[in-house]
Design a protein around this ligand. Structure first.
Ligand SMILES: O=C(O)CCC(=O)C(=O)O
Length: 296
């Protein structure tokens, strides 16, 4: 089936937040992803771009090089840098993103989980392997979302791709081991064969899946359930770079969960240090509550 572009419509009468419509909420619930158009201002984008420049000049200990080709073109990843970069911190606490997440999740409250930064230098061809996020996380729950927000224009062929409806698939897939890509001991997540099924070959059978992606401009955000199968961004045209600032948000049913097969990023140590244990709801200053429904 051909992908159906999903865009925002007009806000519903009586709805307080003009950024998210009833149709957006329904699309997010059913498809697992919605592309919201022009919901983040140019000022935020400019501030975050400065933050990314600062971040790339001073990568965190969690930064990884995902790809460097023979021409020196690179794909890099960093995460949980919001405590060090004032622009990231301000965006998390003061931008509309927390409210967008809460409304799409139809949650009573949302906590911020962590930030993830994906950068590619012009022409880099690296494509992120298809995967789901939540099976890698140090939490478990369905009421979650990640926001993939390009800070530069991105063509559909280079934007993140989503397998429509895959957030509701019940199989436990053996995920890609990103540690095989980075060679870093801290990234190793090898899922056992017991209780899991092989990850579907999306790239090899693209016609068998309903794959969604969009041409996107700065200010647009693709917000997706963390159980969605996604991947494939990259494949950049010569002269085009990619800078993405992603934030992850946790809603009502999410609880701490340390996974025996490993986690990426692994928050188990920092969670334990702040007194969070498996089964606990998220909280503390590390995972601040950013939005609640009652306060609206
Ligand atoms: O932008 C990318 O290449 C990867 C993005 C991703 O996997 C994510 O946002 O969870």
């Amino acid at each position: 089936m051909k992908p159906t572009p999903v865009t925002t419509g007009q806000s519903v009468a009586g709805e307080h937040n003009s950024l998210v419509t009833e149709q957006d909420i329904a699309t997010f619930a059913e498809a697992g992803v919605v592309c919201l158009r022009q919901v983040i201002s140019e000022e935020w984008i400019a501030e975050l771009r400065e933050g990314v420049a600062q971040n790339m000049a001073n990568p965190s200990p969690r930064a990884r090089l995902w790809d460097r080709d023979e021409q020196g073109r690179e794909s890099r990843y960093d995460s949980q840098v919001w405590q060090d970069i004032p622009a990231y911190r301000r965006f998390i606490f003061e931008s509309p993103m927390g409210e967008l997440a809460g409304r799409l999740l139809q949650a009573e409250a949302v906590n911020f989980f962590f930030d993830a930064i994906f950068t590619r230098t012009p022409g880099n061809q690296f494509r992120t392997p298809f995967h789901q996020d939540e099976p890698f996380w140090s939490v478990e729950g369905f009421n979650t979302c990640s926001s993939w927000m390009p800070l530069v224009p991105v063509e559909k062929c280079s934007a993140l791709e989503f397998v429509k409806g895959s957030h509701r698939w019940t199989e436990r897939f053996r995920q890609t081991n990103f540690g095989a890509m980075t060679g870093d001991a801290r990234d190793q997540v090898e899922m056992a064969e017991d209780g899991t099924v092989p990850f579907p070959d999306i790239e090899g059978n693209r016609d068998a899946f309903d794959i969604l992606s969009w041409d996107m401009e700065p200010g647009d955000v693709a917000i997706f359930n963390a159980r969605m199968i996604h991947g494939g961004s990259g494949n950049l045209a010569p002269g085009r770079d990619l800078q993405v600032f992603n934030t992850q948000w946790l809603g009502d049913d999410v609880r701490i969960n340390f996974r025996a097969e490993g986690m990426d990023p692994d928050h188990s140590q920092i969670m334990t240090e702040v007194g969070l244990a498996p089964g606990d709801p998220v909280g503390t200053d590390l995972y601040p509550k950013i939005w609640t429904r009652q306060s609206q």
